[in-house]
Design a protein around this ligand. Structure first.
Ligand SMILES: Nc1ncnc2c1ncn2[C@@H]1O[C@H](COP(=O)(O)OP(=O)(O)O)[C@@H](O)[C@H]1O
Ligand SMILES: [Mg+2]
Length: 134
């Protein structure tokens, strides 16, 4: 496995994480639209980490196999957790007077999106996937 982990503490780390995602997607052959989708998704998730949990980690890995190219990203924190995940996934729901588009928007941008949250641990896992040309 080929991976990189970035600690998320402030805005500079959001920028570092989003460019690491963009670079990994580009290096694995994804086009610029996909690179931007992944970068935007990472940006939203890491921004939530800073805003709601204060700090956490973003881990990027290449999980490609014989059939697919897979860029796998985990964004996690040890903050308070999300009380109602279904509600948090609705467009417009925000506990901070934000747009409430971060999580639902992210889900639409990437090939796969999963989020789990309990008090003290929130983990979002996203992937950008494409079939290898054989
Ligand atoms: N890492 C997190 N820890 C705790 N709560 C979170 C986290 N990420 C999101 N949330 C909760 O989910 C809500 C929706 O998040 P999001 O869709 O990004 O919208 P916004 O950030 O604009 O409020 C947030 O308002 C917040 O209550
Ligand atoms: Mg947000």
């Amino acid at each position: 496995m080929d991976g990189v982990q970035i600690e998320i503490r402030d805005t500079r780390d959001i920028i570092a994480a989003r460019s690491a995602g963009r670079d990994m997607a580009r290096d694995r052959g994804f086009g610029s639209a996909d690179q931007t989708r992944l970068a935007t998704a990472i940006s939203e998730l890491t921004r939530n980490v800073i805003q709601y949990a204060s700090n956490g980690f973003c881990t990027l890995s290449d999980l490609s196999n014989e059939r697919d190219i897979i860029v796998h990203v985990v964004v996690e924190d040890s903050g308070p957790g999300i009380e109602d995940l279904a509600q948090a996934m609705e467009f417009g729901f925000s506990t901070s007077k934000g747009l409430g588009a971060g999580l639902p928007g992210t889900k639409r941008l990437v090939s796969s999106f999963e989020i789990e949250s309990v008090p003290g641990h929130t983990v979002a896992t996203i992937e950008l996937t494409k079939r290898k040309i054989i």
